[in-house]
Design a binder for this molecule. Structure first.
Ligand code: ADP
Ligand code: MG
Length: 348
């Protein structure tokens, strides 16, 4: 099919009695920045390795650009994998590392040089080609790995937690840069991460993995605003999940509901009526967590259940906030922000 970079159909992988991947169906379009998000052990790496050809599926097929590659070796597939540990050759210079794949493929020396310099410039490393990996910072090594991937101009780039070893500031910068590079080169990126913020920031679409299955595939805002399962609601962002009696009392309906903490506003008076058209609840502040730019209020509701509300620190100081602990307050939110969450994963 045209415009389709990757299609996985009924993909499974078992190791002895462990079902690492338990039936995955997925289509990734050409040029997409696609993330696989899920907790450790949910099967993300195994899926990536089956796309790359490092693992053979127990069942199902892998298609790349419309061609069934399930039984093909990694080098017969038009993909490149960037591993978390970068896997650079320590004895080679940066330039040699980047050019190595071209050399193996018999690209002439002059062209190798031009292309590896261009790839290094693309990741902001011009001038560092003569260094060895040990003479680079973690972020620079990460860029070399990326340049080495880009130089071969693969159709698909597979990245397994590539930013995991970097500190927070550098990781945030690399997230933006990686996204920019992907937009520039137009290569399909499949990006594995357990970090929900990273996935939300970078992706065109996200697949949320849980126990070897995908529970939802959608754009970041859709995943966040309309989680398809209780697991997705809990894993992506912080959520108030209400079910049973609590849902009945707080939302006024049966089923499971998710209300994001930032959608809940604090009313200083627990008897306040709230704005027209809004739902309200009264309770006692159990905990106040100061987060710098915002504050999290954990509120035990009258009649049972707890809601977390997140408030921007516009004027309040941390001293004011401490006074809230134990206070009786009201909460309000718009009913449209109490989102119904289907109980079981929806099978496509
Ligand atoms: P993730 O990348 O989401 O952390 P993995 O795909 O690495 O998850 O692993 C999924 C499950 O499969 C885990 O329970 C893991 O222990 C198991 N697994 C992965 N690779 C192997 C292997 N080579 N042998 C046995 N079990 C494995
Ligand atoms: Mg993994």
């Amino acid at each position: 099919m045209e415009g389709m970079a990757i299609r996985l159909t009924g993909l499974r992988k078992t190791y002895g009695r462990t079902e690492a991947v338990a039936g995955v169906d997925l289509e990734i379009a050409d040029g997409e920045f696609f993330s696989m998000l899920g907790p450790s052990g949910s099967g993300k790496t195994t899926v990536l390795r089956m796309i790359a050809g490092f693992e053979t599926p127990s069942a199902g097929t892998v298609e790349l650009a419309g061609r069934d590659v399930t039984r093909l070796a990694p080098f017969e597939r038009d993909v490149h994998t960037v591993f978390q540990d970068y896997a650079l050759f320590p004895h080679m210079t940066v330039e040699q590392n980047v050019a190595y794949g071209l050399k193996v493929r018999g690209v002439p020396r002059a062209e190798r040089l031009v292309r590896s310099r261009a790839a290094l410039a693309q990741v902001g490393l011009d001038g560092l080609g003569k260094r060895r990996p040990a003479e680079l910072s973690g972020g620079q090594r990460q860029r070399v790995a990326l340049a080495r991937a880009l130089v071969g101009r693969p159709r698909v780039l597979l990245l397994d937690e590539p930013l995991g070893a970097l500190d927070l500031k550098l990781r945030e910068r690399m997230q933006v840069e990686l996204k920019e590079i992907q937009r520039e080169v137009g290569i399909t990126f499949v990006f594995v991460t357990h970090d929900q913020e990273e996935a939300l920031t970078m992706s065109d679409r996200i697949a949320v993995f849980h126990q070897g299955r995908i529970e939802q595939v959608a754009a970041p805002a859709e995943i966040y605003e309309r989680p398809a399962t209780p697991f997705v609601a809990g894993f992506v962002g912080t959520s108030n999940l209400l079910s049973g009696d609590t849902a009945q009392r707080v939302v006024g309906a049966s089923g499971t509901y998710s209300i994001r903490p930032e959608k809940i506003r604090i009313l200083s008076d627990h008897k306040a009526a709230g704005d027209p058209g809004h739902a309200t609840a009264a309770g006692t502040v159990a905990e106040v967590v100061y987060l710098g730019d915002s504050t999290r209020f954990l509120v035990d509701l009258d009649g049972g259940g707890r809601l977390t509300a997140l408030q921007q620190n516009l004027e309040t100081s941390s001293a004011d906030l401490a006074a809230f602990r134990g206070a009786r307050i009201g909460l309000q939110w718009h009913p449209s922000h109490a989102v119904r969450v289907p109980d079981a994963p929806e099978t496509p």
